[in-house]
Design a protein around this ligand. Sequence first.
Ligand code: HEM
Length: 380
Amino acid sequence: MCYYYYIIPLLLVLITISFYFRTPKTRKPGVWIPSNYKWPIPEPYPDWNIHKTNPIPYRAFKHKYNVTMGVQSMDPQDWIQLDNEWVKFHDLKQKRVEEKGKDLYDISPIALDGCIELLKELQIYLPNRYPSLFQATSKGLKNLFNNEDYDFKIHDPMFIIGNLLQDDIAILTEDSNGNYNFTAGSILLAGSWRFKDKFNKSISSIHSDSKVPKYHSNLQNSMNKFFYRLKPESPMVRYNYGFQMDDNLPWAYSSLGDEDSNSGWRFQTGEAKALSIDDIYYRSERQSLRRLPKSGVIVFTIRAYFLPLVEICKEPFVPQRLLNGVLNWDEESKEYKGFEKYKDIVIPYLAKQAELQKNQGFTMENEQLNYPLNSKLKNI
Ligand code: HEM
């Protein structure tokens, strides 16, 4: 008697839970069943200040280098990261849009619902996470720093998003063959690829055309499965790193040549070789992935962290770990990352800094890895 009294409500609870967290394994490609999942409302970022909050010091390189997807779970609170480089990024982005307009952002009709859903997500997330910068209004979002006021019914969603965030954004939609296509985006500061070359293409052809190392052997299958299975409640993040031979965040002209005449692949046209270590910039991207519950589109954010190599080499453990990582690049990755152009400057510099740090005790034995942040000193 008592047993039946409990078992039925328990079964109901289990059925509800399994329905709520159902995996979309059996759904038809291209068909998304809207989910009731709600992204948690974030806490305000502690003491966030547009002038004082430093960029998070990602030092996302390891002693070994492997081409893998390298995705890890993301705390929903951390989805969008803004800091005291917001003004710089915003000004650069506005200049880019003035110069190149819709070459840099666009929306295909198939992605429009997803873009509107994304705006609504940002309307909740941004004022809660960064209350001193954003305010939700009845029509959209207001920027309290520069008084830009966005009306979601009037302004182009990708234009708005480009103005709100430091990140670039790509929206992916799934077609009936299970391909993921890049059907909306605002790509203003990519550094080494152009929105107009990739817009409306599948993720597979984007990565093949870009000659991403080991794409066919190590990445393609896992990425397709990953996208298909990505659930609204399990957002992910990944990081990359590389070097640039000039300080121009939007476009690496020293290695790639002129942005408007470039054929679309890295390191083909730029003739320059790095002459001094002060020419070298470290570029690392934090890329987040989440699926929006209603439309089912995937939102891919790309946030660049960009600073002189000599700056990060002042930090303990950085030179040796970066040196080992770079020396561990396979031939394909070396070519992709333009190694030939800066190796004679970068490798001896890293080796020398690593040696100097060793004398101060920052050896591999004393290093406690803390990826994607810099290592800590081990408590011995
Ligand atoms: C799970 C998701 C993804 C994985 C694992 C992945 C993996 C990679 C890898 C390994 C590279 C080489 C550079 C690096 O190490 O980052 C790369 C480059 C690239 N990815 Fe992805 N990617 C993903 C999602 C996307 C999405 C959604 C887009 C949408 C536009 C995209 C566009 C590109 C482009 C354009 C490049 C070439 C960049 C360049 O050559 O400068 N990727 N990707």
